[in-house]
Design a binder for this molecule. Structure first.
Ligand code: BG6
Ligand code: MG
Length: 218
């Protein structure tokens, strides 16, 4: 980090909106239907991870190896469950304080980007009218490599016209914190130390977060 950060990049699921809960419920339904072992602790490994990679991790966890067409069918099925849950999404699903924090950041003249591995991210942004909060949006449709690969954050920085070292990433996923670091960016971990402890700052409450510390890396 060369000095004061000039841009903040936010993950979506579990950072701005509690859609991480709906991803979990989608996988849980699929797991229960198939008699697979799956719980919230294992689900933490799936945060930030693409749909297909998540399915493969679940299968591996259960000692299973399935043909490609069957994996595609199962991944599609989970996505149907997730999209059903999204139909009910509303403002009560927003992470408390997140929208106010992003607005404060923008009022200070900083750039903001949204970087989500989800191919459903745009639909969530539209449903909750969050698009105006971000100067750039990168979703699972724009990348080929899942977090912890840094591709998504490097693309977000590029879209913002920023150098990686001038960006700070907000993430609820261990894989996302790793991706930020591999991109040459600092990270604010949103959630428990067990999951995002590798981040420079760890927090769970936007109201308690000191923006100056985020920007300076203090
Ligand atoms: C990430 C979530 O944001 O998006 C993961 O943390 C999810 O849980 C991934 O698997 C991909 O989402 P989608 O909507 O493309 O299946
Ligand atoms: Mg997330």
């Amino acid at each position: 980090m060369s000095g004061q950060a000039k841009a903040l990049i936010f993950d979506l699921d579990g950072v701005v909106v509690f859609t991480d809960k709906y991803h979990y419920l989608g996988w849980k339904k699929l797991a229960d239907e198939n008699g697979w072992s799956f719980d919230e602790e294992f689900n933490n490994n799936l945060r930030g991870v693409s749909r297909m990679k998540s399915l493969e991790l679940m299968l591996e966890h259960n000692g299973l190896d399935l043909p490609e067409d069957e994996k595609n069918r199962l991944a599609d099925r989970k996505n149907e469950y997730y999209k059903e849950l999204l139909q009910r999404i509303n403002e009560s699903d927003l992470y408390p304080g997140a929208v106010g924090f992003v607005k404060k950041v923008r009022e200070r003249g900083l750039k903001t980007a949204l970087a989500s591995s989800s191919k459903n991210a745009q639909a969530v942004l539209v449903a909750l009218d969050l698009e105006p909060l971000f100067d750039a949006v990168v979703t699972g449709n724009d990348i080929t490599l899942s977090k912890p690969d840094p591709e998504i954050f490097l693309l977000a920085a590029k879209k913002l016209g920023m150098k990686p070292e001038d960006c700070v990433v907000f993430e609820d996923a261990g894989s996302g914190v790793e991706a930020a670091h591999r991109a040459g960016m600092r990270a604010v971990g949103v959630g428990p130390v067990e999951t995002v402890g590798a981040a420079e700052i760890v927090m769970q409450d936007y109201a308690e977060l000191d923006l100056e510390n985020v920007l300076s890396g203090a």
